[in-house]
Ligand binder design. Structure first.
Ligand code: CDP
Length: 238
């Protein structure tokens, strides 16, 4: 871990003079990564993909041939997990040590192990502390942070809290289009299995109190970005 300011027990980073924080949660294939990144770009704000950190740790575990289901081994690997992520939506890159893993963390071998890692409480508090320190140090006027538990655990006091959903069939179709060399049936099965495993840890299918739901089932990409920006504008007057 390279961040000397990292504090796993850091509290919610929302400061009166700090950046406007937009928290976006949602299930796999809801479009939250691409939509959040595009919304941040349009607003001229920073962007933080929290799932990329869980994926990067998954990549690291696969790379070191560790057993992802052995929590103690995964926890032991955390001090050596040297992870860096950009928050500029235009130059977004994810590194582990010297490796640029931006593409590799999306591979199905990594996706297959990430839920096992994400259910370990020590992993969650470690990464939650990291996310909060990144948010607190944002230099731009605002930051869009997306994941599964941003509206509820990482930044429950965010100025804007959104749950981005879409019907399961639509989410599977979108993910299949991204992974063109894999069969739709296989992608669908993997996505269903991951959502089921992830929802045992955090609830990202139902909006918590005060969270605005944006359903992208019948919206195309640009319309979904518009819908997210409309919520941000309504709630922050930017
Ligand atoms: O893009 P997609 O929705 O497929 O997944 P992601 O956002 O890249 O997240 C990958 C995995 O990380 C999820 O399946 C969860 O297991 C985990 N995750 C989490 O537990 N909490 C978060 N805030 C973000 C991701």
């Amino acid at each position: 871990m390279t961040d000397p300011h990292f504090r796993a027990d850091a509290t919610d980073p929302i400061e009166p003079d700090g950046p406007v924080v937009v928290a976006v949660d949602g299930p796999a294939g809801s479009g939250k990564s691409s939509v959040s990144k595009a919304a941040a770009r349009r607003l001229g704000w920073a962007y933080l993909d929290s799932g990329a950190a869980y994926r990067a740790l998954g990549w690291y575990v696969v790379q070191r041939r560790l057993d992802p289901t052995d929590s103690a081994t995964v926890i032991d690997s955390l001090p050596d997990f040297d992870y860096r992520i950009g928050t500029d939506p235009d130059t977004y890159h994810v590194f582990v040590g010297d490796h640029d893993v931006t593409g590799a963390i999306r591979q199905p071998e990594v996706t297959a192990v990430v839920s096992a890692i994400a259910r370990v409480p020590e992993v969650r508090s470690f990464l939650t502390g990291l996310f909060r320190s990144i948010v607190a140090r944002t230099q731009k006027p605002g930051i869009v942070v997306e994941g599964r538990d941003i509206t509820t655990v990482v930044c429950p006091d965010a100025h804007v809290r959104i749950l981005l959903t879409a019907d399961e069939a639509v989410r599977i179709a979108r993910r299949s289009a991204e992974l063109a060399d894999h069969s739709a049936a296989h992608v669908g099965e993997a996505l269903r299995r991951r959502d089921a495993a992830d929802s045992r840890v955090v609830d990202f299918m139902n909006a918590a109190d005060g969270v605005t739901t944006v359903d992208s089932t019948d919206l195309d990409f640009d319309q979904t970005v518009d819908a997210v920006i409309a919520v941000v504008q309504k709630e922050t007057h930017v």
